[in-house]
Design a protein around this ligand. Structure first.
Ligand code: MN
Ligand code: MN
Length: 457
């Protein structure tokens, strides 16, 4: 009788020598993708690599035929790649959907001020962060801003070694008694996440003016430019190997760029699939999927109509409804890994561990499965069968013990289309921190899982 035990199921025992090397190579390539630290940078980089692999903008084609490869981009922050299948698209598509936004610090619209001869930016955090983790680390500035001539400028400062970086200060321990007596969540106030962007010098009595001059000279930016800007401050360091065996990767934005990367790689690698395959990369997941580049936007629906129309010459209401009803989706997002320092938050019988393969979550949510889609048994069984037949090492778990907390993914928004959806991602330590940790084994296995979904489902 087969028993569901972890013993001997670690991926390293299952892979052969070549595959064990592939794991490291895959991880090294993936680390480069993590240089894309904003949704806009991800979209750019995804389109760039897609074009190099034969994908073209859907606007450049009138008719689509099997194995055609196209992309559709939405407002520079949301994109989908599609490989047309051999079968009629109205018999359903295979969709993998991940998100490319990550928790960070956005600038307020009037950010710059000076205090005690230092210049600072006021921020408004984006997504669920533990505020104390974002102080006293080097931060880089990314985003778009319109200069004095109303020309769009793309900003990226702090990623090269010679660049300046930015930082949020914290109180010295010597004077922190009051702060340390507070609850951890109250230790750093949201309105105190102010980023140091300049110091004074003898001839500059007005440091705000000095910084405005620098911004004007270097970038043509004025104080007014910030009002319409989208500026994101993110950790300034690169992704690195973690541990003596170099099997773990630490880095910013791995929720959810680990799953995005595996989704991207798998759609680039498929050839002549029978089902039409779509890899969707959405924005705004970390703030509830609202906004026209998030999963609740009309983008995916209208893009699918566009694709069906170009495949079949027409797309009436029943075509789109039939396609959606017969489609299958993997919601590609990370889940929590079992952390030896914080074992008490998890049910050890139902938790995912680093190095033990892709994590399947039948449901997410909290407080009695609230805020989740809960996958159907029939579909989940199909997925497990697919993975077993294709040597995909998988595990299954829940995000924490019941009533400890919880979280959601974009799965529930996709099920609104009547598509069958299951969450398949990888476990992660220190989620939403500036330095999230995953296993190279798991992301390699995730690629295999997504590839088999596109190719064999
Ligand atoms: Mn996520
Ligand atoms: Mn997240």
């Amino acid at each position: 009788m087969e028993q569901l035990e972890y013993k001997n199921k670690h991926i390293s025992n299952i892979l052969n020598e070549k595959e064990n090397k592939d794991v490291y190579d895959f991880g090294d390539e993936y680390k480069k993708f993590l240089d894309n630290k904003t949704e806009r940078e991800c979209v750019k980089s995804i389109i760039d690599v897609a074009r190099k692999n034969g994908f073209i903008n859907i606007d450049e084609v009138n008719k689509l035929k099997p194995n055609d490869k196209i992309y559709i981009v939405n407002k520079n922050k949301n994109v989908l790649l599609c490989v047309v299948g051999n079968e009629d698209i109205c018999r359903g598509i295979n969709l993998i959907a991940s998100h490319i936004d990550s928790p960070r610090l956005d600038l307020k619209q009037k950010p710059l001020y000076e205090d005690v001869d230092l210049a600072l930016f006021k921020t408004h955090y984006y997504g669920g962060i533990k505020k104390y983790q974002w102080t006293t680390i080097p931060l880089a500035m990314h985003g778009v801003i319109y200069d004095k001539n109303n020309e769009k400028k793309e900003i990226c400062i702090g990623e090269n070694n010679e660049d300046e970086v930015f930082c949020i200060t914290d109180l010295l321990p010597h004077l922190s008694k009051e702060q340390m007596d507070k609850k951890l969540k109250d230790g750093i106030d949201g309105e105190n996440l102010n980023i140091l962007v300049g110091g004074s010098s003898i001839d500059d009595s007005n440091v705000k003016k000095k910084i405005l001059n620098v911004l004007y000279e270097k970038y043509g930016i004025t104080e007014k430019s910030f009002i319409s800007a989208e500026i994101e401050f993110v950790p300034a360091f690169k992704a690195r190997d973690v541990g003596f065996d170099k099997i773990l990767i630490g880095g910013y934005g791995q929720d959810d760029r680990s799953c995005s990367y595996a989704s991207l790689k798998s759609i680039l690698d498929i050839d002549k699939p029978s089902k039409t395959c779509i890899s969707l990369f959405v924005d705004k997941e970390e703030i509830g999927s609202n906004g026209n580049t998030g999963m609740t936007s009309n983008f995916f629906y209208s893009a699918l109509i566009d694709i069906i129309s170009k495949c079949n010459g027409v797309c009436n209401l029943s075509d789109i409804n039939t396609t959606l009803k017969l489609s299958r989706c993997i919601s590609a997002d990370v889940t929590n890994g079992y952390d030896p320092n914080y074992k008490s938050v998890d049910d050890e019988k139902n938790v995912n561990r680093l190095g033990y393969g892709v994590a399947i979550s039948k449901f997410t949510g909290s407080r009695g499965k609230s805020g989740t889609s809960d996958a159907n048994a029939e579909y989940l069984n199909e997925i497990i069968k697919l993975f077993d037949e294709n040597n995909v090492v998988w595990q299954t778990g829940e995000l924490g013990k019941i009533d400890i907390g919880g979280g959601g993914t974009i799965a529930m928004f996709i099920t609104n289309y009547n598509i069958d959806v299951i969450d398949v991602g990888i476990p992660m330590l220190s989620m939403h921190s500036p330095f999230e940790i995953i296993s190279k084994y798991d992301i390699y296995m995730l690629y295999k899982a997504y590839y088999s979904f596109y190719n064999k489902m």
